[in-house]
Design a protein around this ligand. Structure first.
Ligand SMILES: Cc1ncc(COP(=O)(O)O)c(C=O)c1O
Length: 377
């Protein structure tokens, strides 16, 4: 039987030679030549002032949390429809998460509901661009500015996405990227912190280096390095940076391939979905999406679960996504209850993602399309 995984990491260009060169150079710790080249490319691609490569998106979000200098009781507004790290990175560093609901169309933070969550203790809003389709950044930026809050983009999905022509990651004071195996551009595990607020740059460099001024030492700015601030081990090995660089150099090629696959799903499933009340991804005209996910919102959870089983029986691995954070064991500790975020609660139970990866062949995708079309109820 055909077997189609949900994801396979892409190998598109110079991954092997670059990694081998990094290995043979004998200089494989972080902050080397490949890291530097990735960071230059990332800040160019996203039009952000500075990019710091990190061990993961989670690490980058944790650095953002540290840069917030949170005091006990400080609140951070996060969408409940999110990955654990979107909230946990802030909670680990002392924040109280305040869970907000999403829009029913894009499944992004509902900008209209955000202000109701702002209190005297609110410090930041985290905007997650689900699937690499932008949140309403114009509205969110205005709200953040009016209330003196920091805006942080969790852009784990959206490198290559844009909002009104401006790259995602360039709107927040800070933004986090992921290069985990499941992401469009990957090095297995990796991430980056994008910094748009100059005031954060120097401290971010120290936080990433275990709280030391080691980078300043390497640049010859101080004669020894020492413990100067909080921090942790957020520097990624140059071997992984070498792999990432090879993928970033194929930025457009990967983007176009994913676009083609995504569009084929959309065209191929449009009438099937419409006839059955299945919702497909909604991409507002002013958003250039990153083609990170192709998902279906089935009419009910029972049907979604049956669909996942049916697809597995046909050798195709399709998967659900986030569980509502406010209803998780941890979320409930912060007061989360059923009914707090109704759109999230409904979407989480009905969403299923189809395989979408660089190496997916056209005939495999046709097989997926046919198998989906044969699913009836
Ligand atoms: C929205 C979002 N943020 C953060 C993360 C964490 O990324 P990483 O595995 O790079 O820490 C993920 C992981 O998939 C994610 O989906």
């Amino acid at each position: 039987m055909v077997s189609i995984p949900f994801n396979r990491a892409a190998l598109v260009g110079n991954e092997k030679p670059y990694m081998e060169a990094a290995l043979l150079s004998g200089r494989i710790m972080g902050n080397g030549e490949y890291t530097r080249r990735c960071e230059i490319l990332l800040s160019r691609l996203t039009r952000t002032k500075h990019a710091l490569l990190t061990t993961s998106c989670t690490s980058a979000l944790e650095m953002a949390a540290l840069l917030l200098d949170l005091a006990p009781g400080d609140e951070v507004i996060v969408p409940s429809f999110a990955f654990v790290s979107t909230a946990n990175a802030f909670v680990v560093h002392g924040a109280t998460p305040v869970f907000a609901d999403i829009r029913p169309d894009t499944l992004n933070l509902d900008e209209k509901g955000v202000e109701a969550h702002i209190t005297k203790r609110t410090r930041a809003i985290v905007a997650l661009h689900y699937g690499g389709v932008a949140c309403e950044m114009g509205v969110l930026s205005e709200i953040a500015q009016r209330h003196g809050l920091l805006l942080i983009e969790d852009n784990a999905h959206g490198l290559s996405g844009a909002y009104h022509g401006h790259a995602l990651g360039s709107f927040g004071h800070l933004a986090a990227l992921s290069f985990h195996e499941t992401k469009n551009y990957t090095c297995g595990e990796g991430g980056a912190l994008l910094i748009n607020e100059e005031a954060f740059r120097a401290r971010a460099e120290i936080l990433r280096e275990k709280g030391t001024n080691r980078q300043a030492f390497f640049r010859g700015e101080v004669d020894k390095y020492s413990w100067v601030d909080l921090g942790s081990s957020y520097v990624v090995s140059d071997i992984l940076a070498a792999m990432l660089l090879a993928q970033l150099e194929c930025f457009e090629q990967i983007f176009q391939k994913r676009r083609c696959l995504w569009e084929r799903y959309r065209t191929g499933l449009a009438s099937w979905a419409e006839a059955r009340g299945v919702q497909m991804p909604v991409v507002p005209a002013h958003c250039q999406q990153a083609y990170h996910l192709f998902y279906l919102l089935m009419p009910s959870e029972a049907l979604r679960d049956r669909f996942i089983e049916y697809m597995r029986d046909h050798g195709i691995h399709v998967v659900f996504h986030y569980l509502p954070l406010h209803l998780s064991q941890m979320g409930r500790r912060f007061g989360g209850q059923g009914g707090d975020c109704p759109v999230t609660e409904s979407a989480c139970g009905r969403l299923v993602r189809l395989p979408l990866y660089y190496g997916l062949k056209e005939e495999e995708q046709q097989h997926i399309l046919q198998t989906v079309a044969d699913f009836t109820w």
